[in-house]
Design a protein around this ligand. Structure first.
Ligand code: AMP
Ligand code: ZN
Length: 501
């Protein structure tokens, strides 16, 4: 364990920032609701999972042993008209529901790798945990918080609320009356429920349902909210440290998880509830129906009316990190361009930093004004992360540090004005933040730069030879071919240069 730092998290349950105290010192259990694998992962999902990836990375950096559980929902998540999302996808494509789940789970993993998100420690699937879910329904029934109707089992929200005043609704800030009409399965079997706010924890299958299992009540399938309660309990215990997801899941999903755990064992599932904010496009909610949407492949290829060019996955990741995870994030072409530049600037600073000599000459051992300023900025970066994982503040501190790196590189600050150990620390902090905590990667194009530079030198030399021999046909051919490949050659006073346009 490294030097303990005081980490503060914004807990949606209390509506306050709280000091993070894990249940077992040095260990963290974190559960994040994963994707429902019935369609391609969208950029909003990527934002949420990238936010939790940075949280995971920072906890690891602080020296915690983290068990990060992120599930895959492959059954039970119904559409508004009561059909299972997986089964609906399977019917459309005329394949097995499990083929739908597999196709999109593979796509999801590919996208997580493209964004450089670390794999969770455990990635359980709902369909692999049906016995655990059935057991939880039994526990809820035994404790009197569920009732069976025609083979389906419902959670009794009213009784639960009477016995646990203030618990149901605390997370989402809603009151029971408001919840009456809003339950996700409110179109289905409404008449079977005692109260509209009650929700299904086991559903009896209808003839058209494809994914069904035997249970003591009927052949059917578990309610969507139950999988996360059952799987978090199995892998993290009845009460664990952090539960996360997008803020659209606060109600009903997370509210119902709290009720289920309390109903099954009388305990709150998580001590800290963290919620990410939504991704917008040009100031409006992303929506497929009105065309206000962009998916990751479109961003990477530039093939969308909303953007003027292609953006690399790391530029998009950096764009996401420039905002705090609890703020909405508005995707705009201007914002992406600025992020691309900002990302390149930090990577350039990192490259300069590698070349900075550590062995300062004539260092007299005292702490200079520059030493103090650099150390204070490093502390600012850490304090940003300690303050509810505020990546925006940490990035601002790194940018300021970049100013020092430039000045040291160009001699505006003499090397012997900064202690060798401060330069060492600067180097290690930069690489720790960029690669370990922010999870950025040097872009392939940059890594390839050596090869591309060498090839370009060769081509430009051939062109110079052609020009020297007044072979204008060859030199023009080289220039035109480069232009067609998006490379502009400039003949200036200082010689020939080139750039990608
Ligand atoms: P889903 O596959 O729809 O269950 O969503 C997976 C995760 O992505 C959940 O944590 C959602 O809250 C989150 N999510 C969905 N839409 C967005 C969005 N537009 N912006 C940020 N996160 C989102
Ligand atoms: Zn969940």
């Amino acid at each position: 364990m490294k030097q303990p730092r005081v980490l503060k998290l914004y807990n949606s349950l209390s509506g306050k920032k709280e000091i993070f105290n894990p249940i077992t010192p040095g260990y963290v259990g974190m559960y994040v609701c994963g994707p429902t694998v019935y369609s391609d992962v969208h950029l909003g999902n990527c934002r949420t999972f990238t936010s939790f990836d940075v949280i995971y990375r920072y906890l690891l950096h602080l020296g915690y042993r983290v068990r990060y559980v992120r599930n895959i929902t492959d059954v039970g998540h119904l559409t508004d008209d009561g059909e299972d999302r997986m089964a609906k996808g399977a019917k459309v494509a005329q394949i097995e529901p499990m083929e739908v789940a597999q196709r999109y789970a593979v796509g999801f993993h590919d996208m997580m790798r493209i964004f450089n998100n670390l794999a969770p420690s455990i990635e359980p699937r709902a369909t692999g945990h049906i016995p655990e879910q059935i057991e939880m329904v039994q526990d809820i029934l035994e404790r009197g918080y569920g009732y069976e109707r025609n083979g389906s089992v419902y959670f009794n929200v009213i009784k639960f609320s009477q016995d646990h005043p203030g618990v149901y609704g605390q997370l989402s800030g809603r009151v029971i009356d408001e919840l009456m009409a809003e339950s996700r399965d409110n179109l289905k079997n409404q008449d079977e429920k005692n109260h509209p706010a009650d929700f299904a924890i086991w559903m009896k299958a209808r003839p058209q349902d494809l994914m069904v299992w035997k249970s003591p009540w009927s052949t059917g399938f578990p309610g969507w909210h139950l999988e996360c309660s059952a799987m978090s309990t199995k892998y993290l215990g009845k009460t664990f440290d952090i539960h996360g997801g997008g803020n659209d899941l606060k109600f009903p999903h997370h509210e119902n998880e709290v009720a289920q755990s309390n109903g099954a064992c009388g305990c709150s599932p998580a001590n800290y509830w963290l919620h990410t904010n939504m991704l917008l496009l040009n100031g409006k909610k992303m929506s497929k129906s009105d065309g206000n949407t962009i998916n990751p492949p479109q961003l990477f290829s530039g093939d969308s009316e909303h953007i003027s060019k292609a953006y690399s996955p790391m530029a998009v990741r950096f764009f996401m990190l420039q905002a705090h995870y609890r703020s909405t994030l508005d995707i705009t072409d201007d914002g992406l361009q600025a992020a691309e530049k900002g990302f390149k600037k930090l990577m350039d600073t990192y490259a300069l930093l590698q070349k900075l000599p550590v062995d300062a000459r004539d260092f007299d051992g005292s702490e200079s004004e520059h030493d103090r300023a650099i150390l204070a900025l490093i502390e600012d970066a850490y304090e940003g992360m300690d303050d509810d994982f505020n990546t925006a503040i940490a990035i601002a501190a790194l940018n300021e540090l970049g100013g020092y790196v430039n000045k040291l590189t160009h001699g505006q600050i003499p090397h012997n004005d900064v202690a060798p150990w401060v330069i060492e620390r600067l180097k290690s902090v930069f690489s720790t933040f960029l690669f370990d905590i922010f999870g950025l990667r040097e872009e392939a194009a940059r890594e390839d730069n050596g090869t591309v530079d060498n090839l370009m030198n060769l081509i430009l030399e051939l062109r110079a030879n052609a020009r020297a021999q007044k072979d204008w046909t060859s030199s023009d051919k080289i220039r035109d071919a480069l232009a067609a490949a998006g490379i502009q050659v400039k003949d200036g006073k200082e010689g020939v240069s080139w750039e990608k346009v």
